[in-house]
Design a protein around this ligand. Sequence first.
Ligand SMILES: Nc1nc2c(ncn2[C@@H]2O[C@H](COP(=O)(O)OP(=O)(O)OP(=O)(O)O)[C@@H](O)[C@H]2O)c(=O)[nH]1
Length: 355
Amino acid sequence: MPARKPETPLCDQFGFDVDWRRAQLALIGLQEESRDTVRQLHRCVLTDDASQRIVNGFYEQLLHDSRAKSLLESYDIDRLKLTQVAYLTDFGVDFRDAGYFETRARVGIAHARVGLPLALYLSAFGVMQTLILEMLTECVSDMAEHQLLSRLVLKLTTLDIAVATEVYHRSSVLELDRSVKHLRLEQSLLRTQLQQDALTGVSSRTSLLDALEAAISRSTKTGQPLCIIMADLDHFKAVNDRYGHMVGDKVLTEVGARIRAALREFDLVGRYGGEEFVIVLENTSRHTALQVAERIRQRIAGQPIKTGSHQLDITISQGLALRVEGDDSQSLLQRADDAMYKAKRAGRNCVAEAD
Ligand SMILES: Nc1nc2c(ncn2[C@@H]2O[C@H](COP(=O)(O)OP(=O)(O)OP(=O)(O)O)[C@@H](O)[C@H]2O)c(=O)[nH]1
């Protein structure tokens, strides 16, 4: 069953719940008995003809203001007048209902979204209020009735102003909240971009080197063995030269994925250079690291890499180095690199150990 749409989404969003509405009405002094006075106001003052005259006067006055004029220029004034007459037809009718607040919130948010300054919006309420009161004076001669209806008009306008101000305030808070969330998301995307190699998806060089530093200091502290492997694609230049860089990129991506798949969850693989990967194996003995390197070698050499219509036999040469006393990341990487060149000299597609 599809979820039912909320009837008063803006009230829900802005927190205009039943308690808030009740408290607001009580503060202004709009009581149940005001309903009769509302009816009286519509019967005696806000007739169709009078509403039309009030609205005409309203826009005449607003258009004297240069800011309002420039904002209103892009709108069809006759349509706006119709909306404003509808506003007067509803003025105070069923003011206790959530729907009354919802309509006002909707109008408020529409004005906030088109960038109408709050001061101008509130002033427009003031203009409208004055025009209603002038009409009231014209229509009602009885002093007591005049007083009663004037008070009601003031209260109803106060309610509209309260809702408008809240809507402006809360929507800018929500907007700010959205911007903060968006910024956080962008920040985390940036962090991921910094941590991940864009082409292959394995760790970037920066995060690989950071992780290696951390692993060396852990290994120094705990005395647990730490091994690293430098893996370099064999004759990769020939792949690029023969099939082009795009194919070369796909090969690199697939090699990265195969290395990752051959490792344990907690091992780390990063792209060290163009076609060089470094694997960091914490708490791993030389013996186990050799097994891991052999597994990687087989995963790559054991099955051709398919790119489009090509099936490429790719191999890698690997150099393995075990951390020794006094090693820092530079010396460890250097020994792994030297070992990798030893593997190249030994005919490639094999693993060599550092001295
Ligand atoms: N497609 C692609 N190629 C790259 C990238 N980074 C480096 N390369 C290429 O990798 C190749 C490395 O070539 P060489 O250093 O001569 O090594 P090799 O051909 O693999 O030969 P050996 O290492 O001796 O087996 C060069 O052609 C680089 O252009 C990359 O991101 N994408």
